[in-house]
Design a binder for this molecule. Structure first.
Ligand SMILES: [Ca+2]
Ligand SMILES: [Ca+2]
Ligand SMILES: [Ca+2]
Ligand SMILES: [Ca+2]
Length: 278
């Protein structure tokens, strides 16, 4: 006779508690290698990036906390303490101090994820923060004031001098264009927009204008562009390009008949040369 036939039944509930062991370290996404780009004018408090690590354990053994271990700047590989902040729970990295790409163009962060197990397990990730340039540096001329001189007979397109301005930004934000914005009323001079070479663009004449002061503008290609100005003083060199001119059409002087050869008869008013009796 079996139990079923006898009407007897036996039921046993077995509950098995499997205690989790902390045998998995938190595992970062992106293979633990993050790259983010941020504009150099990002405001303090801005969200820069976020890391995340999963842990295959249960309960506290999978609870992950994040720590920012080191921040190294690209300039001189210096350690920087208070540039970025890390939220230990969310893995969000935020900006604590203003950035400046012209000082530090890149940062390398080491980040640790640690679980709450006993003993805890942890793993490392790296984040590269690349700063994008903003047009925050106007062109700066090598000199604020230039001076040059040129012969009044210099032919059109002769080079007079050359100016140079640079911007600490990069790319189009440092791409300089020159133009003349003052002192060129006669259009006697031109400037090459890219090389900064100032050249003669119309015949010069010392007897008309002896000196020019040109205002040169340098503008970068940013949006909006930034600009600055320098002055260029150009002095003409007088050349012997005018034939002598007499003050009057004819002169008459009375000369004694016994005047010796070589005697001075009169003064040429233009050249201040004495006229000599020959
Ligand atoms: Ca774990
Ligand atoms: Ca800057
Ligand atoms: Ca910049
Ligand atoms: Ca610039």
């Amino acid at each position: 006779m079996n139990r079923r036939e006898s009407g007897e039944a036996c039921r046993v509930d077995i509950r098995i508690h499997i205690l989790d062991e902390n045998d998995h370290a938190p595992k970062f996404t992106e293979s633990g290698s993050y790259v983010v780009t941020v504009k150099e004018d990002a405001p303090v408090g801005a969200l820069i990036g976020k890391v995340h690590a999963d842990d295959e354990d249960l309960g506290v053994n999978r609870k992950v906390r994040y720590t920012l271990l080191t921040v190294v700047g690209s300039s001189g590989e210096s350690m920087i303490d208070d540039q970025f902040g890390m939220d230990g729970t969310s893995g969000v990295i935020s900006l604590l101090r203003p950035l400046d790409r012209e000082l530090v163009s890149q940062y390398n962060l080491s980040i640790q994820a640690t679980d709450d197990g006993i003993p805890p397990m942890s793993s490392l990730a790296h984040m590269r923060i690349i700063l994008m340039d903003v047009n925050d540096n106007p062109p700066v001329f090598a000199f604020n004031y230039y001076s040059a001189s040129i012969s009044e007979l210099a032919p059109v397109s002769s080079e007079v001098t050359r100016v140079l301005a640079t911007s600490k930004d990069i790319g189009i934000n440092a791409d300089i264009t020159y133009d003349i914005v003052g002192g060129n009323g006669y259009n006697h001079f031109g400037i090459h927009p890219k090389t900064g070479v100032i050249f003669v663009s119309a015949p010069l004449d010392y007897e008309r204008v002896k000196e020019y002061v040109l205002a040169i503008r340098a503008r970068d290609g940013g949006t909006p562009p930034l600009a600055s100005q320098a002055l260029v003083n150009i002095t003409l060199i007088d050349m012997n390009d005018n034939s002598p001119v007499f003050n009057v059409d004819s002169y008459s002087v009375e000369i004694p008949e016994d005047a010796p050869i070589g005697a001075s008869v009169m003064q040429d008013a233009y050249h201040h040369q004495p006229c000599i009796l020959l």
